[in-house]
Design a protein around this ligand. Structure first.
Ligand code: PMP
Length: 354
C-alpha cells in the first residue's frame, strides 16, 4: 500500500478471481466458463465493429436493449446493460444500500458481495445457510435490509424455487431484493416474470456463462423502470460508455441466436447429470446443482489435496479455503470430453490413495 491510499479502504479485502493461466495447457474447469465458442452471429456482428472503434459506443445500448426487450420480454425502460454483471451488482450496492439500508446475503455465496459492501462503506450481515447449504426462506421474510440472493447459488449450485423467491420479494415491499441469476439458464426459472408485479425486485443476469461471452464482459439488471433509472444515475456518474462496441454488437447476435444458446444449455445440463452420476459412482457427495458447475467432496481425500492432485494432472478446478467449504471443490461443467478426462484423472487419484 502506498502512503497515499485512502484510509477509507483500510478494511477492504479485494475479490480473488479464479486462476486464468496463459495458453491451453490446462483443462480449465475453475471459473464456470462455457466450453463452447460464442454464437457465430455474435462473432460476426462483433467483427463488423472493428473499423468503427474510433467512435464511442452508444451509452444507451439502444440496439441491444431493443433486442433484449424482444427476446427476454422486458420493457425497454426496464433493463440496463453493464460491463459484466459484476458492474451492475456494484451499481446496485451503490444505489440501494447505505447505513440506513444495510445489506444481507447468505454466509456462503458469491464472494464479491462482501467486497462491494466494504468498497462502498455499507454495513452488511451474513445469514447462515442450513447444514445442507439450502436457504431457510423464513430468515429473509420482513427484513428492513436490502437482500441479495444468488439463484442458483455459488459455489453450491443450490436452487431456490421461484415461489420461494416470490415470498421473499413480497414480504419485503420496503426493501430492494436483488436476485443474481448468473446461472439461471441451466434449468432454473427466472424471476424476470415477476418484474411487472413487484417494484422492489431487481434481477441480474450475465452473458458470461450460458451465452459463452465471459471475455466480452456483458451483464444486465432488469426491474421496475424507477430502479433502472436509479442504476442509470450511477452509471452516468461513473462510466457512461461502460459497454464497448464489439461487446454490444456481440450481445445482439447472442440474443438473436437463441437456438444456439438453448442447444448449448441443454448440452451442459446433460453433461452435468452425467458428471454427477460418475462422481457419485466414485464415492463423491455431490450437492444437487442447477448451475454449470457441481460442488463435490470425497470422504477419503481432503478438498485441497484433490485440487492439487488434479492440478498436477493438468485439470484446474476451484477450491475455497474456508471453514464450511474446504472439503469441497467446485467443478465447472465443460465438454463431455473434458469431463471424461476429469473422471479418468479422479479414478487414478483415488486408486493411488488406497
Ligand atoms: N454473480 C455470480 C453468482 C457469479 O458467480 C459471477 C461470476 N463470477 C458473477 C455474478 C459475475 O459474472 P460476470 O461479471 O462475468 O457477469
Amino acid at each position: 500500500m502506498s502512503r497515499f491510499f485512502s484510509g477509507k479502504f483500510d478494511a477492504l479485502t479485494p475479490y480473488t478471481p479464479g486462476e486464468q493461466p496463459k495458453g491451453q495447457t490446462f483443462i480449465k474447469l475453475n471459473t464456470n466458463e462455457s466450453p463452447f465458442p460464442p454464437a457465430p452471429l455474435a462473432q460476426q456482428y462483433a467483427k463488423k465493429e472493428l473499423d468503427k472503434l474510433q467512435l464511442y459506443s452508444d451509452p444507451q445500448c439502444r440496439d441491444l436493449v431493443a433486442m433484449a426487450a424482444e427476446k427476454l420480454g422486458v420493457g425497454e425502460d426496464e433493463i440496463l446493460f453493464t460491463n459484466g454483471s459484476d458492474e451492475v451488482l456494484n451499481f446496485a450496492f451503490m444505489a440501494f444500500c447505505d447505513a440506513a439500508h444495510p445489506v444481507v446475503f447468505p454466509d456462503i455465496t458469491y464472494g464479491f458481495y462482501p467486497v462491494f459492501a466494504q468498497l462502498n462503506g455499507i454495513p452488511y450481515r451474513e445469514i447462515p445457510l442450513q447444514e445442507d447449504f439450502t436457504i431457510r426462506v423464513e430468515d429473509y421474510l420482513g427484513l428492513n435490509e436490502t437482500i441479495v440472493i444468488a439463484n442458483p447459488n455459488a459455489p453450491t449450485g443450490r436452487y431456490l424455487p421461484l415461489s420461494d423467491i416470490e415470498r421473499i420479494v413480497e414480504s419485503n415491499p420496503e426493501s430492494v431484493v436483488i436476485i443474481d441469476e448468473a446461472y439461471i439458464d441451466f434449468g432454473g426459472e427466472s424471476a424476470m416474470s415477476l418484474i411487472p408485479k413487484y417494484d422492489n425486485l431487481l434481477v441480474i443476469q450475465t452473458f458470461s456463462k450460458s451465452r459463452s461471452m465471459a471475455g466480452a464482459r456483458l451483464g444486465f439488471g432488469a426491474g421496475n423502470k424507477d430502479l433502472i433509472r436509479d442504476l442509470n444515475t450511477i452509471k452516468y456518474s461513473t462510466n457512461p460508455y461502460n459497454v464497448n462496441r464489439m461487446t454490444m454488437a456481440a450481445g445482439v447476435g447472442a440474443l438473436e441466436a437463441d437456438g444456439y444458446f438453448q442447444v448449448n444449455c441443454g448440452k451442459i445440463m446433460e453433461t452435468r447429470d452425467w458428471t454427477t452420476k460418475k462422481l457419485e459412482e466414485l464415492g463423491f457427495e455431490v450437492i444437487p446443482s442447477m448451475a454449470n458447475f457441481v460442488f463435490a467432496k470425497h470422504p477419503d481425500v481432503p478438498g485441497k489435496g484433490l485440487y492439487l492432485a488434479l492440478r498436477e494432472k493438468g485439470i484446474l478446478v476451484r477450491h475455497f479455503d474456508k471453514p464450511r467449504l474446504k472439503d469441497f471443490n467446485r467443478i465447472t461443467i465443460g465438454s463431455r470430453e473434458q469431463m471424461k478426462a476429469l473422471i479418468r484423472a479422479l479414478k487414478e487419484i483415488l486408486e493411488a490413495e488406497q
